[in-house]
Design a binder for this molecule. Structure first.
Ligand SMILES: Cc1cc2nc3c(=O)[nH]c(=O)nc-3n(C[C@H](O)[C@H](O)[C@H](O)COP(=O)(O)O)c2cc1C
Length: 372
């Protein structure tokens, strides 16, 4: 039914307008007590066996909403109502900014993919912190806060910019993510080089500890799928060295070649610059994740994201080494029953597997390969 709705309504609308419309509906539904209880009962039934402990946090399951959908922390309960086990808000920057000129979000329907060059449009960390502080949670969920660099701030001053956001947001975050991998802020991805990443992560850690002395806010870094393999290894080593809590793999890709795209080349070229997400990203995101797990094992929590569409995909990431998995693009194509399907499928996969718990399954495939 959703696919018909998608074809008749959303596909005919500008993608960003469709996003705002869907977002408004989700928020509205979550404000009506009877409705939200009903929707959550249908779309978010809990499976005890999927309960997940990660980053020192207890979650209903491993499947969360990736950053970028709820940039301003305005629909956390709505997304929880739809079944996401955690919601990563952001990317939030220290200063509010409008993002890139429109049009900046495109669908490649034949590829079940998106290209975006949103450019961190967001209300800024002060406003988002106020919203999070004022929030009265309806559903118990885990809230990650993803931070990035303000566009007008020069690369040389990036650390101070991230620190400002950390000081404002850490207290409201169940976990904090340093995003250095979006392709739509000039220079941002240079921060992935270890000589830039080390001082950045150390400063964010210090700022989080200083502003939230009562607990250790888990800190993760989110990386690009376009890193060369040796750079993936370097980030993994650095994460271990710095005692980071997790790595999120991956963000969108700037690649267009070698992804087996069905959308005609001239259409893709006409869209222009931006990060590609969805099904074509699956293979590389999985590869990066497996590589990270082979390097860090259980020392660091890995979060698998990029092209996850089905429970099979999510299960594959767990076997590759992900304790948590996330998705964004497939939600656009699959609609409101997506989380329900993933949860049901994951529970079935687990039951049919030799593993008693999800935790036991994490990394099993990568370990097997390493032993062979
Ligand atoms: C429209 C759009 C906006 C996004 N914005 C952000 C963002 O602000 N910060 C971020 O870390 N990732 C952002 N992402 C990347 C997603 O979080 C995710 O890493 C990526 O889309 C791969 O997952 P998917 O294939 O399930 O979409 C965005 C993705 C899309 C499609």
């Amino acid at each position: 039914m959703y696919s018909l709705f998608f074809r008749l309504i959303f596909q005919r609308m500008d993608p960003e307008k469709a996003h705002h419309l869907a977002f408004a509906w989700i928020r509205a539904a979550a404000r009506v007590p009877v409705l939200r209880t009903f929707v959550a009962a249908v779309l978010a039934p809990r499976h005890k066996e999927l309960r997940t402990e990660a980053l020192g946090l207890r979650m209903h399951g491993p499947f969360g909403l990736a950053a970028g959908f709820d940039k301003n922390a305005a629909a956390i309960d709505g997304m929880s109502m739809l079944g996401f086990d955690h919601v990563e808000v952001g990317t939030v920057t220290a200063q509010p900014q409008p993002g890139n000129p429109k049009k900046r979000l495109f669908r490649l329907v034949a590829d079940r993919a998106l290209i975006n060059r949103m450019g961190f449009n967001n209300d800024g960390s002060e406003a988002v912190a106020e919203r999070l502080a004022a929030r009265k949670a309806v559903f118990r969920t885990t809230v990650g806060v993803n931070i990035g660099k303000t566009k007008v701030v020069p690369e040389a001053e990036a650390v101070a910019d991230y620190v400002t956001s950390t000081e404002r947001l850490a207290a409201h975050a169940d976990y904090l993510v340093v995003n250095v991998s979006s392709p739509n802020t000039p220079g941002l991805r240079n921060l992935q080089a270890t000589e830039s990443l080390r001082p950045l992560l150390a400063a964010v850690r210090e700022a989080a500890d200083r502003t939230v002395p009562s607990r250790r806010v888990p800190l993760l870094v989110k990386i690009a799928p376009d890193l060369a393999d040796e750079d993936v290894d370097a980030v993994a080593d650095l994460a271990v060295e710095l005692g980071l809590d997790g790595i999120i793999a991956t963000n969108t890709t700037i690649a267009r070649e070698g992804l087996g795209l069905r959308t005609p080349k001239r259409t893709v070229e006409a869209i222009g610059a931006g990060g590609l997400s969805g099904a074509p990203l699956k293979a590389r995101s999985l590869e990066v994740l497996s590589r990270l797990y082979a390097r860090v094992g259980d020392r660091i929590t890995l979060v698998g994201v990029g092209g996850i569409e089905t429970a099979d995909d999510a299960w594959e990431r767990i076997l590759a080494g992900a304790t948590l998995v996330q998705g964004y693009s497939a939600f656009i194509y699959e609609g409101p029953f997506w989380c329900r399907k993933i949860h049901k499928g994951l529970a079935e996969k687990l039951a049919a597997s030799p593993y008693k718990t999800l935790a036991e399954a994490v990394g099993a495939e990568t370990r097997k390969k390493a032993a062979a």
